[in-house]
Design a protein around this ligand. Structure first.
Ligand code: ASP
Ligand code: CP
Length: 308
């Protein structure tokens, strides 16, 4: 049976734990040079309608480790430039006999639309302000490695929550795994309906990160921001930048995370981004293993088969 991976919100605990267990097993195998299960009979379309470095390369790398073939699709070089719609593009790729799709799109819900018209599994690689499920899975794997368990942890998600799909996917995932979540940022960058999200809202950095075990810094998503929401990046940095001075308000050994790309000197300072408490490079590497697990799982792979 195949699955879609459209968002964390609709996954149950069992599915999240399965994906994380498969990813952890794949990581050990890759690092030790042991074989991983192969899916050599499938071709997956890589549809990146928005720019990406980490997500695109790690999906390619994950496919490579699994023996999957990929078909790359550049929107600018496709017949979408002649006016073809997303629906017709997806139907075309379906009848080109692709087996799966990885899709990133600026519109929230684009992967859900793709799943309606495509015949095989669809994986969301980030849609608008909605979800970025594989980012949250990679972040959870990183936290588990450093803190052993997520239940009971205090996590602060700091910055442009309104425009961040990373904030939403992480909040759903970490709260489902038993962490408490604080959203911290200026009023203009908080969603108007934040009470529907699993977390408490703070506008004061000290109160929001006090005692935090994990801080997830968010980039200012200027590409999705209406003008006038921020007076200046400098003023934002003065109030919400994570640096050595304010890290002292968090718990000792608080993990500092950032999904990337980083605006150094704005949401986090250089010293903290590169310091001992930073997990940013581990997040990048774990992105490969959770994307391997996701591709394996959407094509019907189970934990039992991996552990066999
Ligand atoms: N790369 C992440 C995303 O695509 C975070 C960011 O761009 O700030 O959502
Ligand atoms: N974290 C993340 O999604 O990075 P990219 O936008 O570079 O893929």
């Amino acid at each position: 049976m195949s699955n879609n991976l459209l968002g964390i919100r609709e996954l149950d605990l069992d599915q999240i734990e399965t994906l994380l267990a498969i990813a952890a097993d794949f990581k050990v195998r890759i690092i030790e040079g042991r074989p991983v299960p192969k899916i050599t009979d499938k071709v997956v379309g890589m549809l990146f309608f928005e720019d990406s470095t980490r997500t695109r390369v790690s999906f390619e790398q994950a496919a490579h480790y699994l023996g999957l073939k990929t078909a790359n699709f550049a929107a600018g070089a496709s017949s979408m430039s002649k006016g073809e719609t997303l629906k017709d593009t997806i139907l075309t790729l379906r009848y080109e006999r692709l087996d799966g799709l990885v899709i990133r799109h600026r519109m929230s819900g684009a992967p859900n639309l793709a799943a309606r018209f495509f015949a095989g599994p669809v994986l969301n690689a980030g849609d608008g302000m909605h979800e970025h499920p594989t980012q949250a899975l990679g972040d959870a794997l990183t936290i588990l490695e450093r803190k052993e368990k997520i239940e009971g942890l205090k996590v602060a998600i700091v910055g442009d929550v309104e425009h961040s799909r990373v904030a939403r996917s992480n909040a759903w995932l970490l709260s489902k795994l038993g962490a408490s979540v604080n959203f911290v940022g200026p009023r203009t960058l908080m969603p108007p309906n934040s009470s529907l999200l699993p977390g408490r809202v703070y506008h004061d950095l000290e109160a929001g990160i006090e005692g935090a075990d994990v801080i997830i810094c968010l980039r200012l998503q200027r590409e999705r921001m209406a003008e006038g929401l921020l007076s200046s990046s400098g003023e934002y940095a003065a109030m919400y930048q994570i640096n050595q001075r304010n890290l002292a308000w968090a718990a000792p050994e608080c993990l500092v995370m950032h999904p990337g790309p980083i605006n150094r000197g704005i949401e986090v300072d250089d010293f903290t981004a590169d310091g001992e408490q930073s997990a940013i490079t581990a997040q990048i590497e774990n992105g490969i293993f959770v994307r391997m697990a996701s591709l394996y799982w959407v094509f019907g792979g189970t934990v039992a088969e991996v552990m066999a």
